[in-house]
Design a protein around this ligand. Structure first.
Ligand SMILES: [Zn+2]
Length: 246
């Protein structure tokens, strides 16, 4: 199963998990033409699109996905906030209920962000094992077992954010909002360590801030904290996420 990152920052977010037969789109925050291209224009292989919350960088292109016949799954609170123009409606997912989408089993859970009803997702597929996906959350309120791959937000460093604030590059309001809505690298490390990482093969850091992050430092810090392979989800990044080594 290949994971392709179409983008992963405040300008837009979209990830595609696909094998030869099926695909799962996660987030609708990049132009749908880019999604189609990443699918080799085989939109019919998409079993669903998951959307974590209503902010534009995650949900701006939901209408395009719906108009292309893709079923969009998200929280009832997110649906209430989306500016829907399509005849089709997204499907409301209940937290902690498992939904079968093709061969993907998906369970949503609540996360901590400044919006209506943000979700993270546990995604299980025979090819990959269990994948944890959580972005735009200053904290993760749950612990998980039996994870094979982790995609987790690592947005900013408190030191860099404070330095930018002290130099007048970041306004107080913006600084406070970042702290109350996004995950910093120390929390990211603590969160990872709080989970059972025995079977985790890959950790992929999501949604790094343009101005308050340091990619190399974050990768090093998370690697030291976990002893795992660590990657940053930059635009165009691809990785095979498989359950077995061979
Ligand atoms: Zn957001």
């Amino acid at each position: 199963m290949k994971l392709r990152v179409l983008n992963s920052n405040s300008k837009g977010n979209c990830y595609i998990l696909q094998n030869e037969n099926e695909a799962l789109v996660i987030e609708c925050g990049v132009k749908f033409s880019e999604v189609k291209k990443a699918l080799d224009f085989n939109v019919s292989k998409v079993v669903a699109a998951l959307v974590s919350h209503e902010h534009g960088d995650h949900a701006k292109y939901v209408n395009d996905a719906l108009n292309s016949g893709i079923e969009v799954y998200t929280s009832p609170g997110t649906i209430s906030k989306l500016k829907l123009k399509s005849n089709k409606l997204p499907v409301a997912m209940q937290s902690k209920k498992i939904v079968q989408l093709g061969n993907f089993k998906v369970m949503a859970f609540d996360v901590k962000h400044d919006c209506a009803e943000p979700y993270g997702f546990l995604i299980d597929h025979p090819d990959t094992g269990i994948i944890l996906f959580a972005t735009d959350t200053y904290y993760l309120p749950y612990k998980f077992d039996n994870l094979s791959h982790i995609l987790l937000e690592c947005n900013y460093s408190m030191d860099i954010l404070n330095a930018n604030y002290n130099e007048g590059k970041v306004h107080k309001k913006v600084r406070d909002r970042v702290i109350e809505s996004h995950m910093n690298v120390d929390t990211c490390c603590d969160t990872l360590r709080a989970n059972n990482l025995t079977d985790v093969r890959n950790i992929i850091l999501l949604h790094l801030s343009d101005s308050n992050s340091n990619e190399k430092l974050f990768m090093k810090q998370v690697k030291q904290a976990t002893g795992k392979r660590v990657f940053v989800a930059s635009r165009g990044f691809e990785i095979e996420l498989n359950k077995n080594l061979f």
